[in-house]
Design a protein around this ligand. Structure first.
Ligand SMILES: C[S@@+](CC[C@H](N)C(=O)[O-])C[C@H]1O[C@@H](n2cnc3c(N)ncnc32)[C@H](O)[C@@H]1O
Length: 244
């Protein structure tokens, strides 16, 4: 992708999330049949976080993934959510203010491909439903790996491509047909939820994302398919030495 294509994609994504921020959480719950919470919980369970630990959630949006991390690190821990869309983070601040973790989670403005943090800062870095949205997936994973301490985890939760033929066909009928329609009813205009099926079509298969994790230098890269493979959780570990 050329630089100006990067900028075009970023501008498009930024406008898209600014326009749906007010309905994002509700539509997530409806369209996923409330599975999104379980998916985030599963992903955070792979992060190796301990009470008092320090996690990062990249593309944090309305803070729901950061909230799951906060439950794992507890009131003595710290979680930073980073996103480039102020409207999404404003919703996130409201969401978190109603929880016991309002002093644990901090929202920071920043770009996933150029994270505003020093090397080796966090125990883990997660990204939820957002690798599809960044112009450069490799660079985003590299940035996540850079800011995680050696031995820490990089974890992605993302829509995936189910394998089982009949299930896959039924799911794509729902995902390509009904989701854009329900999304349109939810936000009041077409566009954002029509982008969703298209963004999955051009996104690499879960096997390729695992290979990319390995390729950038993450150890023990694995992935888990959840709910019939409609989402996948990828996990990799930052090596503790250069030669590892
Ligand atoms: C689908 S939402 C996911 C929100 C949240 N992670 C969740 O689990 O619900 C995608 C988020 O990624 C953010 N985003 C997309 N590209 C980004 C980038 N290059 N840098 C920072 N944030 C980005 C959007 O602003 C949006 O809030």
């Amino acid at each position: 992708m050329e630089i100006h294509d990067y900028q075009k994609k970023e501008a498009y994504i930024h406008t898209l999330f600014s326009s749906i921020a007010h309905r994002y959480d509700l539509l997530n719950t409806i369209l996923s049949f409330n599975r999104d919470k379980y998916w985030r919980r599963f992903a955070v369970a792979q992060c190796g976080l301990e009470p008092g630990g320090c996690g990062l959630d990249v593309c944090c949006g309305t803070g729901m993934f950061a909230l799951e991390q906060a439950k794992a690190v507890g009131r003595q821990g710290r979680v930073v959510g980073v996103d480039f869309c102020e409207e999404m983070m404003a919703r996130g601040r409201q969401n978190i203010a109603r929880t016991p973790y309002k002093d644990v989670i901090e929202f920071v403005w920043g770009n996933a491909m150029d994270l505003p943090f020093k090397d080796d800062t966090f125990d883990c870095a997660t990204i939820g439903f957002a690798l599809r949205n960044v112009p450069d997936i490799r660079r985003t994973i590299q940035e996540m790996m850079r800011v995680v301490r050696p031995g820490g985890k990089v974890v992605s939760l993302e829509l995936a491509k189910p394998r089982l033929p009949l299930f896959r066909q039924l799911y794509y009928l729902y995902f390509n047909g009904l989701v854009p329609l329900l999304g349109r009813l939810g936000v009041g205009f077409a566009g954002p939820y029509s982008y969703l099926p298209n963004s999955l079509k051009s996104f690499p298969h879960q096997e390729e994302i695992r290979d990319l994790f390995e390729d950038v230098g993450l150890k023990d890269a694995v992935y888990y398919e959840l709910t019939g493979g409609i989402v996948a959780v990828h996990v990799g570990t930052k090596p503790t030495t250069q030669s590892e």
